[in-house]
Design a protein around this ligand. Sequence first.
Ligand SMILES: Nc1nc2c(ncn2[C@@H]2O[C@H](COP(=O)(O)OP(=O)(O)OP(=O)(O)O)[C@@H](O)[C@H]2O)c(=O)[nH]1
Ligand SMILES: [Mg+2]
Length: 351
Amino acid sequence: MKIGLVGFPGSGKTTVFNALTGLSAETGYSASRGKTNLGVVKVPDARVEALAELFQPKKKTLAEITFSDVAAEAGGGGSARGLDRTVLAAMREMESLCQVARAFDDPARGASAEPLREVADLETEMILADLEVVEKRLERLKKEKGLPREAELLAQLGAQLEAGRLLRDIALSDDDRALLAGYRFLTLKPLLVVLNVDEDKVADGPPAAAVDYAATRGLGLVVLSAKVEQDIAQMPLAEQHDFFAALGLAETARDRFVRAAFTLLSLISFLTAGDDECRAWPIRKGLNAHKAAGKIHSDIERGFIRAEVMRVEDLLALKAEARVREAGKLRLEGKEYVVQDGDVINFRFNV
Ligand SMILES: Nc1nc2c(ncn2[C@@H]2O[C@H](COP(=O)(O)OP(=O)(O)OP(=O)(O)O)[C@@H](O)[C@H]2O)c(=O)[nH]1
Ligand SMILES: [Mg+2]
């Protein structure tokens, strides 16, 4: 899963990046003109840890989120509001976006924090960027021949964008989605907003106005206090707990963020367990066993025979697949079975 950190200059993107990854990229204006920070975070999963205890596998694999923090080429100091080409191009590459909005007071900057205005402003910029793509393509389609449905659909989307609507708010058929995939529209991507607040506010959770706004726009929302949480993320694991507890928090920034991202993206994980590897596989909620098999390997999807499914609680309690089977708790499921969070699956397939 690839998530791009976006937002206005000085909102705290790089600080959030550090708080999530435990890395120490340089922060501050113009620290990173045109430079991209990349970092990988493993998605914590107690079930994989417990399975690994049981199986002692050669390999333990957690799901991963790759963060990219793309700095603008120009601007800085909170003055340049436009998204430049580098940033736009990088945003289009991402599966989902996370906007960091400044909700901490910064006396040096004078103006008080207006995080929801930042969110609305970026939304406008993304709408304009998508509209430009639509208009250019429609112009080209007048000369060359495209699919008839393409022009029709683009005209419809263009009208929505002109009315200030986001593309992710429009109901689209699977076929239309497939047709649009190549355009990599920004307002079609899921957006998670990080409210970057002062450290004495982080335990309060999001203010009601932000919760309302997020609900009407279909956004995910998470509250961090990036500067202090960046420092915590750089401490040895054993020492982190006391520090985030002192802020009134039950979990690290990374853990809170990951949960919010999974909820926003409707992700669940199924598991595979054995002596070779214990592993979590993140998939979209509602995916059937046939498609889930394809996440592991296209050969398994192609040769799919059946899925042997048990609940991770049962496997951990009974300690061996054979015992789960004897207890009548191992199910044989077909292609259409809808995979559930915490299913341990063994796929049978023809090679
Ligand atoms: N007080 C306070 N300061 C913060 C917080 N988060 C970031 N800052 C400060 O705000 C400034 C900008 O933070 P960055 O993380 O560099 O912001 P950025 O969005 O990456 O900025 P650009 O890369 O220039 O667009 C730095 O001086 C940070 O230390 C926070 O939660 N509280
Ligand atoms: Mg930065």
